[in-house]
Design a binder for this molecule. Structure first.
Ligand code: ZN
Length: 151
């Protein structure tokens, strides 16, 4: 049996029962090197021993992610990533609010147009605007028409 990356790195003989072998295959030695450098082998083994088998894969993935961030940025580690993602979320939330307002405006323009159309048809008049369809008006966002001024 080929030794796992963890045993190979520690120059130990790997066994069928090796708790690290399923997560550190011999063909990916860097994965263990990074995690070992930041957390140490004892910590990794103790962590795995304290978890159910089905939780271990996720725990190792999380250690690899955190250790890689820590190696890249020893001061902030994953905190920097979290901070950047929080900023991105805040930016996207404010874009969403702006789009919702835009959509509300369009709905309200559309309602106004329907109202005007009903008034026009009940008076037997055609539209006085030189715009072909309601949709054309709805997309005139650059220079929004104040419909009530046109009445
Ligand atoms: Zn092993």
């Amino acid at each position: 049996m080929e030794s796992c990356a963890a045993c190979r790195r520690q120059r130990k003989k790997c066994s069928e029962e090796c708790i690290l072998a399923p997560y550190f295959p011999p063909n990916d030695p860097d994965k263990f090197t990074v995690v070992q450098r930041v957390y140490g082998t004892n910590y990794i083994v103790k962590l795995l021993q304290g978890l159910d088998t089905e939780q271990r894969g996720d725990a190792i993935n999380s250690l690899v992610c955190e250790a890689s961030a820590r190696v890249k940025d020893p001061i902030q580690g994953t905190a920097k990533m979290v901070h950047e993602l929080q900023n991105k979320i805040a930016e996207l939330e404010s874009q969403l609010v702006a789009k919702e307002e835009e959509l509300m405006n369009m709905h309200s323009k559309y309602d106004n147009l329907l109202f005007l159309q009903q008034m026009g048809s009940s008076n037997g008049q055609d539209f006085i605007y030189n715009i072909d369809t309601i949709e054309d008006i709805m997309y005139e966002q650059e220079n929004p028409l104040s419909l009530w001024e046109l009445i």
